[in-house]
Design a protein around this ligand. Structure first.
Ligand SMILES: Cc1cc2nc3c(=O)[nH]c(=O)nc-3n(C[C@H](O)[C@H](O)[C@H](O)COP(=O)(O)OP(=O)(O)OC[C@H]3O[C@@H](n4cnc5c(N)ncnc54)[C@H](O)[C@@H]3O)c2cc1C
Ligand code: SF4
Length: 485
């Protein structure tokens, strides 16, 4: 057993935790960053699908429908390594619109506007070098195919913005980690830039079980290292950022009892729709997600967005394929796989109303439920119809699709003004326990239509500012002010 003291302990090193830790360390705060997964770098990231699934991904988890809407489970995908899901994501970087933040305010009264977030969005964009992803816009055949289809149905397909720089060779293996460091994760930015400095202590393979609480205040955490040995560490403030599926479990294991913990989970359900073309398209050899269509993003316009162009690597592609008869099997599946180079995939993501949940049973086992209402399923079905029309208009001679999955889990410890409807206050501090903060995607009061990471990072930067300013009284005056004095 060891016991040490830091100013801030951050649990989880993904989009939220990596940014809080890096920002605070840069300001001279002593930070311990604990991460359940291993520490890998670009040298480890080869295009080896099953190794990535084993080493850098959290083992696949599933949200089972609470009723029986005729749907299978939703596959929940996330990263488990230093950098979290930002290591394996596709780097799309889009801010939330005021329309989406209005939904947050209606749900929890959190009182955040686009104007409040803009300075933080700008700081994150500068830090990561966000730019328009137009490198392959006019070069790749599969992108041309998608453009043709969208134009034929009169819809807008525009280049997306992303945190990948000009070293991107459009190899398409972002989900296995970026081998060139062109893709910016919290690993190769916020964490590595501060890692060799004295202020950031990074401990990979460290699984946090609970937050230590005394007299209503967080005092530290307990974690197990890779040998299974237990350690306690102490700090003036604890930020839990294990992602939307883990953070509620850590809070429940720590004895918190706010009934909103684990509820209101948003899934942003995603579905691939694939079109088979006569000519090779090589949609696996392109920056996965170079463009998007936001014509239908508002609920009243359909409630879905469509991203282009991609297909997963062969294992992910074949295990997910469905046709009119359900999941594919046998000779039709073999035939589809044989034509791997000829498929073009569009990725639909639909707005949901946050009815999923994270549950910890009496034996400490995790369970996830989904519960879509008919109007939410209508959005998913309309998105699939739209994508089918686009692909057929582009000349596809066969259309298949995947089951539902999500990489955008959000909202399981949402922030708001009132403990009756939220878990943490608008500064991300627990309503129940002082000095205990949430710093990840769990905070989002409602699912965003845009990809969530830029907003998670903006909120994490805002939280780092709040802690460093000493506004909550948890830390002493800003380190820079202490140095001047
Ligand atoms: C394949 C994929 C593609 C995506 N593409 C995009 C995209 O293009 N654009 C976009 O905006 N978003 C994208 N996302 C989503 C985005 O990456 C996530 O929303 C974001 O990273 C979530 O941030 P987070 O901090 O909540 O969790 P994560 O980034 O998942 O980080 C949580 C970390 O906490 C660790 N952890 C969990 N429990 C514990 C514990 N008990 N102790 C210690 N550590 C723990 C986990 O191992 C993990 O490393 C994608 C995600 C995936 C998986
Ligand atoms: S497509 Fe670009 S960002 Fe993605 S892994 Fe390849 S080089 Fe990295």
């Amino acid at each position: 057993m060891t016991s040490e003291r830091f100013e801030v302990i951050v649990v989880g090193s993904g989009a939220g935790g990596g940014v809080v830790a890096g920002e605070l360390a840069e300001r001279g705060r002593s930070v311990l960053l604990l991460e359940a997964g291993g520490h890998y770098t670009a040298a480890d990231f080869t295009r080896w699908e099953s190794r990535a699934g084993h080493d850098y991904w959290w083992p696949l988890r599933f949200a089972f429908p609470a009723g029986d809407p005729g749907l299978g489970p939703v596959t929940l995908i996330g990263g488990r390594c230093v950098g979290g899901s930002t290591v394996i994501n596709t780097k799309v970087a889009l801010p939330a619109s005021q329309r989406e933040l209005d939904k947050w305010n209606a749900a929890t009264g959190v009182g955040i506007s686009r104007g409040d977030l803009d300075p933080y969005y700008e700081r994150v964009e500068r830090y990561l070098g966000v730019r328009e992803r137009t490198d392959d816009w006019d070069l790749k055949g599969c992108v041309q195919t998608a453009k043709r289809g969208f134009a034929a149905v009169g819809a807008t397909l525009e280049p997306t913005r992303a945190y990948s720089d000009h070293n991107c060779m459009q190899c398409g293996s972002c989900l296995q980690g970026c081998p060139t460091n062109a893709g910016k994760s919290t690993l190769n930015t916020y964490i590595h830039r501060n890692w060799l400095d004295e202020h950031l202590t990074l401990r990979p393979n460290s699984l946090v079980s609970r937050v230590l609480i005394e007299d209503g205040e967080a005092t530290g955490v307990q974690y197990a290292d890779e040998r299974g040995e237990t350690h306690t560490v102490h700090a003036d403030a604890v930020v839990v950022a294990g992602g939307s599926l883990s953070t509620p479990q850590i809070l429940l294991r720590s004895g918190l009892s706010n009934p909103n913990i684990g509820r209101h989970l948003g899934l942003h359900p995603a579905q691939f729709v694939f079109g088979l073309f006569d000519e090779p398209q090589d949609a696996h050899m392109v920056a996965p997600i170079s463009s998007h269509c936001f014509d239908f993003a508002a609920d009243e316009r359909g409630g879905f967005v469509v991203e282009a162009v991609t297909v997963q690597d062969p294992i992910g592609f074949t295990v997910s394929l469905c046709d009119e008869n359900g999941p594919m099997w046998g000779e039709p599946l073999v035939e589809a796989a044989r034509n791997y180079r000829r498929w073009v995939g569009l990725l639909n993501m639909s707005n949901d109303d946050n009815h999923a949940s994270v549950i910890l049973d009496d034996d400490g086992n995790e369970h996830f439920t989904s519960a879509f209402e008919p109007h939410e399923l209508d959005r998913v079905n309309r998105a699939r119809e739209f994508a089918t029309n686009v692909l057929e208009a582009a000349g596809a001679r066969r259309v298949l699709w995947s089951g539902l999955a999500t990489t955008h889990m959000q909202g399981s410890c949402r922030m708001g003004a009132d403990p009756d409807t939220s878990v943490v206050d608008p500064h991300c501090q627990s309503h129940e326990v002082k000095r205990l903060y949430v710093g990840d995607s769990s905070l989002h009061s409602r699912t965003l239509s845009v990809n969530p990471s830029l907003t998670i990072m903006a909120l994490a930067t805002r939280l780092a500012d709040h802690l460093d300013e000493g506004a909550g009284g948890q830390l002493e005056a800003r380190r820079s002010e202490q140095l001047v004095a």
